[in-house]
Design a protein around this ligand. Sequence first.
Ligand code: MN
Length: 243
Amino acid sequence: MPAVQFISDLHLDTGRPDITRRFLQYLGSRGRDAGAIYILGDLFEAWIGDDDDAPLSRAIARGLKACADSGTSVFVLRGNRDFLLGGRFAGSSGCTLLDDPASIDLFGQPALLMHGDTLCTDDTDYLALRNTLHEPGWQQDFLDKPIEERRRIAVEVRDASRHAGTRKTGKVMDVNHETVAHIMEHHGVRLLIHGHTHRQAVHNLAVDGQSATRIALGSWDAGAHLLEYTPDGYRFENLAESA
Ligand code: MN
């Protein structure tokens, strides 16, 4: 049975051609062997609308499409950076966009997939901003702006969030454990897989008095972190080391 692979937080950007190269390489090799690939958010460092036909966006859509056409199902969940990914991108890349959270059946085990930003409930400033950015009215206003203006705004937002990020403590930027347990209980799962924190690890916890697992994926900033599931279990892999 083909494996199921999970990646997140590639933060693809023209400033990091090495990550783009590695991702395209992956899509043309290991990704094709997989039955399904789940990209759990922040595939792109920024996404200003599906009508942006920048060379990077087009190259990535082509790579994803070739992988999907080879028989791999590719699923994309939006992150806090690329939350504007939409149907036109899904069409050109051959991917299926997923809601956050998304419930899947992983070789018989129910699993919940999230980007992970909504688990960081101690970061109240961010959650307030997120509410605004997810209002349909705000999104339509933004998408109606000329592309150059959207590019300028995206740079401003990125710089502001980097600045804010340096002032926040590690704890505020990490998941809230009560929120995690609550969401898993609500969805009736014992397995949660998410990205966003860039802290690759397996966490054991109790949900409803039963043992449960939360797996956080690593980013591609240093290394190229992959989580692979087969019917026999899971393992982490760093594609940068095996290349
Ligand atoms: Mn994120």
